[in-house]
Design a protein around this ligand. Structure first.
Ligand SMILES: NC(=O)c1ccc[n+]([C@@H]2O[C@H](COP(=O)([O-])OP(=O)(O)OC[C@H]3O[C@@H](n4cnc5c(N)ncnc54)[C@H](OP(=O)(O)O)[C@@H]3O)[C@@H](O)[C@H]2O)c1
Length: 217
């Protein structure tokens, strides 16, 4: 029986993953750390609402087998590059350090297709930087999940995702052959792939690109 800590459980991928973890018999306990309460009640669930600048104060919660990080923001929400870096780099790296310090053996981080420290694009650069910083820590098992555009149901509208969803449904033949990797990933497929991989008990660092997400889901 395993225990998990999920960071980002109110997000598109995080919500799906929480649901799957709670349904999975191999997980006996699931802890969530969020900045606002989650309306899910389950005997296996322990939830803590915090300010992520104080993540260090809940270091004991990191005494689990697996930590899943699905945190992220957008430039539209963050407004400044500094705020964006805080959510997409600082918080995940702090979480990874705490996880390693408290003995978690598996760490999962969702970054994005095109993550690259040397990218000319700020978003891809930050995603590449967070991958590199966490990889350097030396987890026994690290999974870096790189989805394409995510699709799924959100309360807020996101133009790019709505267009992606429309194209995927209307023109599915577009994503064949070399363009297959650009096919948007359903948030629930990303969550399934993460759960399934966490049960494999492999060691090493694994980069899971968008097409592989579809294979492992
Ligand atoms: N959207 C895409 O098409 C896409 C494509 C590729 C990769 N990705 C990446 O995949 C990951 C998951 O994406 P997603 O769409 O599931 O994300 P999402 O729905 O935007 O959820 C992000 C999570 O991060 C939390 N968060 C954001 N700002 C925070 C802050 N200042 N303090 C504490 N928590 C904060 C959110 O909490 P609240 O609910 O309280 O805001 C939420 O739980 C992200 O890293 C994203 O960059 C996204």
């Amino acid at each position: 029986m395993k225990t998990a800590l999920l960071i980002g459980a109110t997000g598109l991928v995080g919500k799906e993953l929480l649901h799957k973890l709670l349904e999975c018999d191999q997980y006996e306990k699931v802890i969530t750390v969020t900045r606002r309460p989650i309306e899910v009640v389950n005997d296996k669930l322990e939830q803590l609402v915090i300010n992520f600048d104080d993540l260090d104060k809940c270091r004991k919660l990191f005494e689990v087998d697996t930590v899943f990080c699905t945190l992220g923001t957008t430039m539209k929400k963050a407004k400044t590059k500094r705020n964006f870096v805080k959510v997409d780099f600082d918080y995940p790296v702090n979480a990874a350090k705490l996880a390693l310090d408290r003995g978690a053996s598996q760490f999962f981080i969702v970054t994005a297709m095109g993550a690259n420290q040397h990218s000319p694009f700020f978003y891809n650069q930050v995603k590449g930087n967070v991958e590199a910083a966490i990889e350097q820590l030396g987890f026994p098992t690290l999974y870096i999940i790189r989805p394409s555009l995510l699709i799924g149901h959100r309360n807020e509208g996101r133009f790019g995702e709505d267009v992606g969803q429309f194209i995927t449904k209307a023109l599915p033949f577009l994503f064949k052959g070399p363009l297959q990797k650009y096919q948007p990933n359903e948030a629930r497929s990303v969550a399934s792939a993460m759960l399934n991989l966490s049960l494999k008990e492999q060691t090493g660092t694994f980069i899971v690109e968008s097409e592989l997400i579809e294979e492992y889901k």
